[in-house]
Design a protein around this ligand. Structure first.
Ligand SMILES: [Zn+2]
Length: 97
């Protein structure tokens, strides 16, 4: 069963000449905080899968190339076009020091 992500933090970037956002950290339903690179290495190693759940719909988190800039370490959900399932639409959580 995939680990549910319930909140995120992002960094603003102008990479590629367009202002957009990259996920920097996620928080899981059980309260774990993982950096974006930790999430990616867990997905790519097959160690753990992640999802978001909105309105009973589960959207899987995948690693792709950023749609805006050349970064190839971008995470999104498979249902990005559905606002409710978009990682960037999740609430922000307070940064840990
Ligand atoms: Zn980008």
């Amino acid at each position: 069963m995939a680990t549910q992500i319930v909140a995120i933090n992002f960094t603003a970037t102008n990479a590629g000449g367009t202002a957009h956002r990259h996920i920097s950290e996620v928080k899981t339903a059980s309260g774990r905080v993982l950096t974006q690179s930790e999430v990616i290495s867990r997905i790519e190693s097959g160690e753990e899968d992640f999802c978001t759940i909105a309105d009973g719909e589960e959207a899987r988190v995948i690693v792709v190339e950023c749609p805006v800039c050349p970064a190839d370490d971008y995470i999104k959900t498979t249902a990005d076009e559905m606002i409710a399932n978009n990682l960037l639409s999740l609430p922000l959580f307070p940064r840990t020091a």
